[in-house]
Design a protein around this ligand. Structure first.
Ligand code: GLN
Length: 491
């Protein structure tokens, strides 16, 4: 069935004329139409656009001008501005926003021939770990516990991006990761997801959450699919001063490098008291697979890990409070009129933002306010420098790290909603790499006792995504993860 193909496999099939882009995209458009009412993975569907792009891909394939992603149907997180297609960031306040421009990352995917099925659902302004904070309704994880119909979260914030790929509605998708928003949903949905090094992809045209942490990345059902997508998305962009001018390596080739002779670090601080036994067991298995494939396993220490979450939840809200100041109802987005300008601002922001966003704006404003700036924000930035130094020190001795991606498998919709701290704990294993700006990838590695996927995280040196892909590929091959979600195209 066309929806089960990998991107790498489909690209080859298109070139052999086994099927047309029109057929491939048509199958996915049908899958979106059939499954989205149940999963709510897309906020906006663009079937006509997708079919037009598919026809263009078929012409390019026929005349030999096709790019590497010609005819490949993708979901685009609704945080990437797409020219002429509504971009909401999961918020009411951008409910009527139709960008006149295309983000650099999505423009590069289009340049390479990709087809866009629509805009994927997300937590509001990418703040969350469950997709429960979207103003457009929650996303359901296509996986279910064995023998249970309880609706589970897909993780967040890129939950729609992950769910759509797991359910075979899209072959791959874009996400963004500020503290774990690609890696954690990949783990919850049983697919692969990479957050590259900060600066690897342009942030231009991506709705900003926390600018010093936000980074675009890719989801796929295989490591190689993520590598192919990232190769298209990455690269220097003069429009983003934090994007880095370095050549983009051949990531697909890097997947086949193997791990023989590599040193893989196991950070002691990621072994937590009361850790989920199944997660711990899978981690040990993963280390065993790498050892059997010729890697050397080395115990290392990242002593400032314990400050990761606390400092992240100062830095990220601080930057968010500043970035979100622009949504005032004046220049763009939804407006609530008022008796004067201040009243207009207040009514617009009160009606336009959801509770989690308001919580972050208040925390962020507080930690940046005179008198508290030194005690919170400045101090958090200093600790952040120490977190980065931990990674720098460790990467002098090892080539990559292996850790669990998330402390648990997917949880039920509604769980942890009354306890923000419990929700924030989802990010405990992903936030340190975000604070340090280093690349991280989640690979599906096994199932828990209830039949839900669990991921392992590979963390690498800055700009060494190639080693991350190589290690991840070995995990993928050894794990042989072939389980399928309950809800998927064709079922
Ligand atoms: N869950 C984290 C948060 O709520 C990370 C979100 C993200 O990476 N965008 O901030």
């Amino acid at each position: 069935m066309l929806c089960d193909l990998s991107i790498v496999g489909a690209a080859a099939g298109l070139r052999r004329r086994d099927f047309s882009a029109r057929e491939l995209v048509g199958a996915h458009v049908d899958a979106v139409a059939a499954l989205n009412p149940r999963l709510n993975a897309f906020i906006t569907e663009t079937p006509e656009l997708a079919l037009r792009q598919a026809e263009a891909a078929d012409r390019a394939l026929a005349d030999g001008s096709a790019g590497p992603l010609a005819g490949i149907p993708l979901a685009i997180k609704d945080l990437f501005c797409t020219a002429g297609v509504r971009t909401t960031a999961g918020s009411r306040i951008l409910g009527n926003f139709v960008p006149p421009y295309e983000s650099t990352v999505s423009a590069q995917l289009l340049r390479d021939g990709a087809v866009f099925l629509g805009k994927a659902n997300l937590d509001e302004f990418a703040m969350g770990s469950s997709n429960m904070t979207s103003a457009y309704g929650s996303v359901q994880n296509p996986w279910q516990r064995r023998g249970s119909n309880v609706a589970l979260v897909p993780g967040g914030s890129s939950g729609g991006s992950a769910a759509s790929v797991a359910a075979r509605m899209a072959m791959g998708s874009t996400g963004t990761d500020t503290g774990g928003s690609i890696r954690q949903p990949a783990s919850f949905c049983g697919i692969a997801g990479i957050k590259p090094t900060y600066g690897r992809c342009s942030r231009w045209g991506i709705v900003a959450f926390a600018s010093s942490l936000d980074q675009a990345g890719a989801f796929g059902r295989s490591v190689a699919d993520c590598a192919l997508l990232l190769g298209s998305m990455a690269g220097f962009d003069p429009k983003d001063s934090t994007s880095v001018e370095r050549p983009v390596p051949d990531y697909v080739a890097a997947c086949r490098r193997g791990v023989r002779g590599l040193r893989i670090g196991v950070p002691a601080e990621y072994r937590m008291d009361g850790m989920n036994a199944e997660v711990e067991l899978l981690w040990q298995k993963g280390l065993g697979w790498l050892r059997e494939s010729g890697a050397e396993i080395v115990d290392v220490s990242l002593p400032h890990t314990k400050y990761g979450l606390a400092t992240y939840y100062i830095v990220a809200p601080a930057e968010a409070s500043s970035n979100l100041a622009r949504y005032d109802g004046v220049r763009f987005g939804v407006r609530q009129d008022g008796v004067d300008l201040i009243d207009l601002y207040e009514r617009t922001r009160a009606a336009g933002f959801g509770d989690e966003v308001k919580r972050r704006i208040m925390i962020g404003t507080y930690v940046l306010s005179a008198g508290y700036y030194d005690a919170y924000y400045l101090r958090a930035q200093k600790v952040r420098a120490l977190i980065l130094k931990d990674f720098t020190d460790v990467f002098a001795r090892v080539d990559a790290l292996l850790t669990p991606t998330a402390p648990t498998a997917a949880f039920a919709q509604g769980e942890k909603m009354d306890d923000p701290i419990a929700m924030y704990l989802n990010d405990v294993f992903t936030v340190p790499a975000s604070m340090a700006g280093v690349p991280g990838m989640s690979v599906p590695a096994g199932l828990d006792g209830q039949g839900l996927p669990l991921g392992l995280q590979v963390v690498g040196r800055p700009f060494d995504e190639e080693t991350v892909f190589a290690v991840s590929q070995v995990i993928e091959d050894a794990a042989g993860f072939s389980a399928l979600p309950a809800v998927r195209a064709g079922e």
